[in-house]
Design a protein. Sequence first.
Length: 309
Amino acid sequence: MEKTKLLIDTDIGDDIDDLFALYFALRKNIEIVGVTTVFKDTVQRAKMVKKLFNEFGQGYENVPVYAGYGTPLNGMGGDKEKLCQYTPEIDGFSPDNNSEEEAIDFIIDACEKYGKQLTVVAIGPFTNIAKAIQKKPDVFHNVNFVIMGGAFFRQYADWNVMCDVESAKIMFDNVPTLECLGADVTHKLDIGQEERNKILAYKNSGMNSAGRYVSEIFGIFTNYNRPIYLHDPLAVYFPINREICSMERARVEVVTEGIMRGITFNIDAYNKSYMNPYCKDCGNKNRISVAKDVKKREFTDLFISVFDD
């Protein structure tokens, strides 16, 4: 059986779960054909990926890493002032491209090269994804596509959508194979003090240096006293084992204006849509797959096990 190939689009460097997700993929020997970075200082983000992959080795140091678009489609919110708040400056590594557009071309080329063998996993704002669709509208029609983003059964504006709402709408409207792991589900994947202590202790391990690097960055992150959720690790694992989540088909509309801007509105959960004049064209929207629940204990134990040795 051929291994699932992943192309990961990430905003690694702010919240810790992107770094967790990539390390989890490395430890699970998942085939990664490339990584693109998105939102604000994408070069710094790419350096972080490069460092992790080089520390881990085993061929992952050869995985292409491209710095994508840092500025959202509406031209706002792309400043670099507070990027990578948990990440020290990284020297000695550079992305494999010289322009943002090269990252978009890389995404398109990978989709054309691998087709159904490829799963695009988008775990950051969706600017690069929208740019690829604008350049080649059917680019994602023949690949698998998983995102961490949105919220579908408890409706609120998720970070990945809110950072670039216009890009999110383009993606939701143009990727027929979309499988969405919403924040209302991934917020169930919190980890407690025992798990935190295990990851923090890993920096003293004699095992792989990539794991120690993850532990050190996690130590910086814990200084901010924020809750820890395994949002993005679930997204990289889901293509390997879709049984980890229960899914449901739904029509979704990304709200781009007004007080509900950023909401990924679940039309099928709103059973009075026939009374809403703004829903007159809702029947024409395709249904996509959205997560309704996750096997929390099974996944959390699996994730924490990568810090066992």
